[in-house]
Design a protein around this ligand. Structure first.
Ligand SMILES: Cc1ncc(COP(=O)(O)OP(=O)(O)O)c(N)n1
Ligand SMILES: Cc1ncsc1CCOP(=O)(O)O
Ligand SMILES: [Mg+2]
Length: 506
């Protein structure tokens, strides 16, 4: 069943912004949308001619109808025409938050100023917003101007952006996304910022030059809302919304004499529409004056593998490495997690030698220094390891690098390093490792694979067994990685034959 999202916003008769944009963007991400209209604006591509706020009764009748029967997972709020509407909506939201079994996530796009420059709200709304609405908001998505109006902070650089986000949190907002479409810092780039649960995320890409950008703010917030309803973490909702806007700006057309609307073209499927995850030490990171740690040793472009990895056995002993290689598994990982494993170096050395003997690809999990020392085929690293491992040394030693990713943000972060392969996980719940909160499912895997398979061999891992293997392989992923499906099989030799057949390898 599709997830339900409401938009409480104004109607744009020109069709480019407001609820019209919201419904299109939400549809692109596959959620069901309900609407509560706050105002009927008379506008076209040139200007907002008139704003007719609906009465409190009309607005409330819509909310009452929806709350009685169509409760939302996420509620996106756009234009609220006056302080009476702000209070009314806030009262309802407060009730939903306290009374619903599953309280809705509130995404607020503080539509203060339309892209044509017309002010869409009455002047006394600012105080009402701060007093009644902001304390209920989970995610706020202001643009540069709106941020400045709400916080009084002029966005002259990254520290000012952080300071503005801190001020917004003081109003009670939980997470903040500040859109950089009008920021132009560094010149010619569009930089966006997200703060959530103590973490900050920066995304950037070259600004897309088009006059046809009407409705980008509404569409961005609606994309975030839809992705949150779909269960994506905020960092993934952030990057997907950004990719959606980039895609829509590239394909936007003129309608009328003024600014045309953003194009709505479905779930973003082209890697070139995704922004860069900005990290310390990158060019954009330097431009934004990100602090670089002493251990920093960025490297990108690791030795290629040249083909898909096929059935991939992830095992915890040399004995299992040999058993899998001997049965014709072409990719095997030695994953020893005990810190005090007495024979660690010896085992790694043996696994590497076995890989050479059977002409298989043996990856070593975590232990990159020993992998370099003994000339492993490759190493597999997690996201955290990317901060601490000596990537330059791994690259210079010619080792292949596999990187774990859990979602779109991590996938785009890993892409900065141009590794030898990308792993997506965990696809299903697993007892092998605590992956709580990181289960991706098949639907997300279906989106990851086409984005990356032209550039990298791709691997799916987590909870995959013989019954699930065919549907995982059907996503087009190049490799299925398993632990228990081999090591806990009644007959591991038969399991290897069956898994290979189920994934189309033989
Ligand atoms: C093929 C493959 N994919 C993902 C992982 C997980 O690696 P990592 O994130 O480093 O976690 P640990 O395995 O170290 O717990 C993997 N090992 N192999
Ligand atoms: C190491 C790892 N990384 C993500 S899930 C996982 C474990 C997969 O094990 P299993 O195949 O037994 O579910
Ligand atoms: Mg690891």
């Amino acid at each position: 069943m599709a997830e339900l999202v409401w938009t409480i916003a104004g109607s744009d008769s020109g069709g480019g912004a407001g609820v019209q944009a919201d419904v299109k963007a939400m549809h692109s991400f596959g959620v069901q949308t309900c609407t509560a209209i706050t105002a009927l604006t008379a506008q076209n591509s040139l200007a907002v001619e008139e704003i007719n706020a609906v009465s409190s009764e009309v607005l409330e009748s819509q909310l009452l109808a929806l709350e009685a029967d169509l409760k939302a997972a996420v509620i996106k709020i756009g234009m609220l025409a006056n302080s009476t509407q702000i209070q009314l909506v806030a009262e309802h939201l407060a009730q939903y938050k306290s009374r619903w079994d599953n309280p809705p996530v509130i995404v607020f796009d503080p539509v203060a100023i339309a892209s044509s420059g017309d002010v869409l709200t009455e002047e006394d709304t600012l105080d009402a917003l701060k007093k009644y609405l902001l304390p209920l908001v989970d995610v706020i998505t202001p643009n540069t101007q709106e941020t400045q109006v709400l916080t009084g902070v002029y966005l002259i650089g990254p520290d000012a952006v952080r300071e503005a986000a801190r001020k917004l949190r003081e109003f009670g907002v939980k997470s903040v996304i500040i859109k950089g479409g009008h920021w132009d810092y560094p010149s010619g780039y569009c930089i966006d910022y997200c703060w959530s649960e103590g973490e900050e995320y920066w995304l950037g890409n070259e600004a897309i030059q088009t006059p046809h950008s009407h409705g980008t703010g509404c569409s961005f917030a609606s994309s975030v809302a839809a992705c949150l309803a779909k269960g994506y973490p905020i960092k993934d909702a952030f990057i997907l919304a950004k990719a959606y806007i980039n895609q829509g700006l590239k394909l936007a057309q003129r309608f009328g004499e003024g600014r045309g609307p953003l194009a709505h073209c479905g779930f973003p499927e082209n890697i070139s529409d995704f922004p860069q995850v900005i990290e310390p030490g990158s060019w954009l990171g330097d431009e934004l004056e990100f602090a670089v740690s002493e251990e920093f040793n960025f490297a990108a472009g690791f030795a290629p593998i040249g083909e898909e990895l096929g059935l991939y056995a992830v095992v915890d002993s040399v004995d299992w490495v040999e058993k899998c290689l001997a049965e014709g598994v072409k990719t095997v990982q030695l994953r020893i997690k005990q810190a005090d494993h007495a024979t660690l170096e010896e085992d790694i050395q043996c696994a590497i030698t076995l890989g050479e003997k059977y002409q298989g690809r043996v990856f070593i999990n975590d232990h990159w220094e020993l992998s370099i020392r003994h000339g492993a085929y490759g190493v597999h690293l997690g996201q955290e390891d990317l901060d601490s491992a000596n990537l330059v040394a791994i690259q210079q030693a010619g080792l292949r690098l596999g990187v774990s990713t859990h979602g779109f943000y991590e996938m785009l972060r890993a892409h900065n390093y141009r590794p030898s392969y990308l792993a997506f996980g965990a696809i299903y719940p697993t007892t092998t490792k605590d992956m709580s909160g990181q289960i991706q499912g098949l639907e997300k895997l279906r989106h990851f694979v086409p984005l990356m398979r032209e550039t990298y061999p791709t691997v799916a891992i987590g909870g995959i067994d013989l019954t699930r293997a065919p549907q995982v392989a059907a996503t087009g992923v190049g490799s299925v990685a398993v632990v228990r499906a081999i090591t806990e099989a009644a007959d591991y030799k038969q399991a290897i034959i069956d898994l290979k057949r189920a994934t189309g390898e033989s």
